[in-house]
Ligand binder design. Sequence first.
Ligand code: BGC
Ligand code: BGC
Length: 455
Amino acid sequence: MENTFPQDFVFGTATASYQIEGAVNEDGRCPSIWDTFSHTPGATLAGDTGDVATDSYHRWREDLALLKDLGVDAYRFSIAMPRIMPTPNGVVNDKGLDFYERIVDALLESGIKPVVTLYHWDLPQYLGDEGGWLNRKTAYALADYTSVVAKRLGDRIDTWTTLNEPWCSSYLSYGAKEHAPGLGLGPGAFPAVHHLNLAHGLMVQAVRAELGESAKCSVTLNLALNRGDADACHRLDLISNRAFLDPMLRGRYPDELFAITKGICDWSFVQPGDLEQIHQPIDVLGINYYSTNLLAMSDRPQFPQSTEASTAPGASDVDWLPTEGPHTDMGWNIDPDGLHDLLVRVHDNYPEVPLMVTENGMACKDQLVVNDDGSKSVHDADRIDYLQRHLVAARRAMSEGVPLTGYFVWSLLDNFEWYFGYAKRFGITYVDYATQERIPKDSFLWYRNFIASRA
Ligand code: BGC
Ligand code: BGC
């Protein structure tokens, strides 16, 4: 049936460690590049940091109660390397592992599958001090950390996701200045792209070395669905999508990527044997989808570089055009067909791998309402509409043969939205940051019904 999801389809919600945990100085955690960045004056929009966030390090039981109430099949969360390996000498911090073990066990007791992201951007600062992702050693450090986590949490994890959105960890972080460490190097981001790809391959191997071939491995990419001029779209596809997809799933970088970056990058950091390391079979590909881009070829190079242009070195002759509204509170356009089109395209080009939507959701200007009886509500009809239309689009792709196995709403609760701090709310649960009270929004209640009926 067109609008019914199969019984084994996985519905969930997602979060990430630095965005929710807080407790940055507790139980032996070391600083991450996001602590340093968010504490740098002017780096985030209003100077917000993740010091407290939603305090989930202390309130994780409340969050778990929300998940149970929601009736999700799975919870996607990330593990913070700074809690597990807080020093450069490789000593393991058991308190960090204990924290995640408690969460995993509690999830399993509630019948919720743990879908773990091993790296969602909170790189230990000691690795940042050595160049972070510009340094190839970072990839090996991530693999060592992966072995430690796999050894401890082992068979209890449903899906091991190596990286979340390496596009952000490279272009947005080293090419542009929006994410930590915010270096603004333009084409200087390509070594980070490659070292993240290498980390992915090494991390998959580390998981399988501990747990055997049956361990379910994945990576989450924020693939761009571009519309507009065909040449411009082709260029962006090479830089934003295929620079990750092709090495991971095909074992090579596209020749055309080398061609369009000739003169700005010699790719000499790609060492013999790297592509074999990167090219590991994965069991499912995670896709994060929010909106689409509208592109044109420009007759003038984009100087000074916009954030968009600095995240696409090799496409200085591409223009980002304003998209048609309505837009979300992030200013992102709403294009559910884009999710359908993206899923169909990825499946056409990489038919061997099942897909999962690991993030989809919307930032809204949510208003907390205190009702006459003292109860509180948030009437986020726009978010419900957004989620519903994207689910319909995903279901349509499935009817056309796309092997989509799951869908996760970003996010379980409002949280630290990176550069934008607490100014943007993506949650289906409202967080009152003054009290840390959690208030399920209408979208939470809607999603609960949706999951229960799967239709
Ligand atoms: C935003 C980030 C976001 C990313 C998602 C960027 O444009 O600034 O905050 O995480 O897109 O793809
Ligand atoms: C990231 C999340 C982020 C969300 C909204 C994704 O890029 O994985 O961490 O909060 O988009 O920007």
